[in-house]
Ligand binder design. Structure first.
Ligand code: DAH
Length: 340
């Protein structure tokens, strides 16, 4: 009997070892330990044995039962652990995979353009000056030689805060502020927001940006203005860009001019972006500072001359980056912003 039991245990343990899943293990449990299982049968048969053999047989069968039970338990544990490991492996999240590192933003295109412009003028020896967006009628119009009936003065064009205080409609007021500081010579640029009562469309916004340039010294001439503009425009757009000067009128310059650049897309040949003209939209207005403006700021216009210009920063950005709508600069559409 002892031999038979040993064989039975060995067979059971071998089968348990070979089983691959919990279902197979359960079958083996039933086969050996279930109600009609092999061990259970042996237990039942003890009753039929001679009295003196019963205790020993009972002991051996119980030991066999315990051994098989332990083997089943060990294997169940092993299979469960394996299943858990497989599950963990399957569901593992790689926190470093597909991680979008571009979570921080960057300067808006218009601010990038402002920085580029300021850097170019700084390299040419200009001071960069900051000024207020709210200014006086004296700085914005009166001292800039604007006649009392100039259309820009009307409330339909300009946002007034009080009778004498307004949101600046151009950065030219910075000319007055800097000249009033009384230091000569002057070689400055000043960029920032300006405000006009304009309807929004593809080329107009009630808030946009200008860069004002002013040079005042002895013997400043139109040639200096031209050289400054040509140097600046080549820095900004490259060597093959040309400028076109058109006569114009501004109250604060005499003579006055407006300037266009060759279309940076077709380089002047004509394309849909420039309406086949070969020229970009007007980029700036400028000229030689009117003697009345110098005198209003206490500068001797017999001794000193100057040139000035005001640049449309949004237009520079539009030309440089090929934008067909100024609203792109202000709509905060991530699909647009992320391109730069
Ligand atoms: N202030 C003018 C405008 O907003 C532009 C301008 C013209 C600025 C001539 C100047 C200048 O400095 O000399 O349209």
């Amino acid at each position: 009997m002892e031999e038979n039991l040993k064989e039975l245990i060995a067979k059971a343990i071998h089968e348990i070892d070979l089983s691959l899943n919990l279902k197979e293990l359960e079958k083996l449990r039933v086969k050996y330990l279930g109600k009609k299982g092999l061990i259970t049968d042996l237990k039942k048969n003890i009753a039929k044995l001679p009295k003196e053999e019963k205790p020993q047989a009972g002991k051996l069968i119980n030991q066999a039962s315990v051994k098989i039970e332990e083997a089943l338990e060990d294997k169940t544990k092993a299979i469960r652990e394996k299943l858990l490991e497989e599950k963990i492996e399957e569901e593992k999240i790689d926190v470093t995979a597909h991680f979008d590192r571009k979570t921080s933003g960057h300067l808006a295109l218009i601010n990038q353009t402002l920085e580029d412009l300021e850097a170019i003028f700084q390299n040419m020896g200009f001071d960069v000056v900051e000024g207020p967006e709210i200014d006086t009628v004296k700085n914005v119009f009166d001292d800039l030689n604007s006649p009392a009936d100039h259309p820009a003065r009307s409330t339909s064009d300009t946002f007034y805060i009080t009778h004498n205080v307004l949101l600046r409609p151009h950065t030219s007021s910075m000319q007055i502020r800097v000249m009033n500081e009384g230091k000569l010579p002057i070689k400055m640029v000043s960029a920032g927001r300006v405000f006009r009562n304009d309807e929004v469309d593809a080329t107009h916004s009630p808030m946009f940006h200008q860069l004002e340039c002013l040079v005042v010294d002895e013997n400043v001439s139109m040639a200096n203005l031209k050289a400054t503009l040509e140097t600046f425009i080549k820095e900004m757009f490259g060597d093959d860009i040309k400028l076109r000067y058109r006569p114009h009128h501004f109250p604060f310059t005499e003579p006055s001019l407006e300037v266009d650049a060759t279309c940076p897309i077709c380089k002047g040949k004509g394309c849909p972006a420039c309406g086949n003209t070969g020229w970009s939209m007007e980029l700036l207005g400028g000229g030689m500072v009117h003697p009345n403006v110098l005198e209003a700021c206490g500068i001797d216009s017999e001794k000193y001359t100057g040139f000035a210009f005001g640049l449309g920063v949004d237009r520079i950005a539009m030309v440089k980056y090929g934008l067909d709508d100024i609203r792109l600069l202000y709509d905060n559409d991530k699909r647009f912003l992320e391109q730069f």
